[in-house]
Write a protein that binds this ligand. Structure first.
Ligand code: FES
Ligand code: FES
Length: 184
């Protein structure tokens, strides 16, 4: 019986691949990828950009957060083919070691990390989050939807709630974001 089932099993098909063109940190890159490849795996496994971290691979921790055309996304939940033609910015592209992005500098200044595993995602997320606030995008805790959102502690905590930190560096992360957002 088992033998008959195996004989009737469909043949394994080769993976379907596609050519994907992306601008990564200002550089045009062309990759041939299995259609199922996440943007996170494309970055880490195909381009050796390992700054973006794989925490859960399920959209639950935010460690993989990158900017896609300036908006934050969980790159583990984004197929690389969905980003065709887009501009991707990872933590490696935000600043240089001798010319840090203000958010990177603020995280250093405020000790916004311990192990650092969540930090690239926290920083990318925070940069895009401040743009969302500047653009008037309300959050779940915004009381007045007609007014410009304030950068209160509650707003920052809510807007950064998709980025978990197992080391619980939250007070220092909050301080860093407030400094860059002008709310310190
Ligand atoms: Fe993407 Fe956790 S690795 S959300
Ligand atoms: Fe360790 Fe955030 S600094 S998980």
């Amino acid at each position: 019986m088992l033998h008959a089932e195996v004989r009737g099993a469909p043949e394994a098909r080769p993976p379907q691949v596609a050519t994907v063109r992306l601008s990564i940190n200002g550089q045009d890159r062309t990759l041939t990828l299995d259609l199922r490849t996440s943007l996170l795996d494309a970055l880490r496994e195909h381009l050796s950009l390992t700054g973006s971290k794989k925490g859960c691979d399920h959209g639950q921790c935010g460690a993989c957060t990158v900017l896609l055309d300036g908006r934050r996304v969980n790159s583990c939940l984004t197929l690389a083919v969905m980003a065709e033609g887009s501009e991707v910015t990872t933590i490696e592209g935000l600043g240089e070691p001798d010319r840090l992005h203000p958010m990177q500098a603020a995280f250093l200044h405020h000790d916004g990390f311990q192990c650092g595993y969540c930090t690239p995602g926290q920083i990318c997320s925070a940069v895009a989050m401040l743009d969302e606030v500047a653009g008037g995008m309300p959050s779940h805790v915004t009381k007045d939807l007609e007014a410009a959102p304030e950068l209160s502690d509650a707003e920052i905590r809510e807007r950064m709630s998709g980025n978990l930190c197992r080391c619980a560096a939250y007070p220092n992360i909050l301080a860093a974001i407030k400094e860059v957002g002008g709310a310190a």
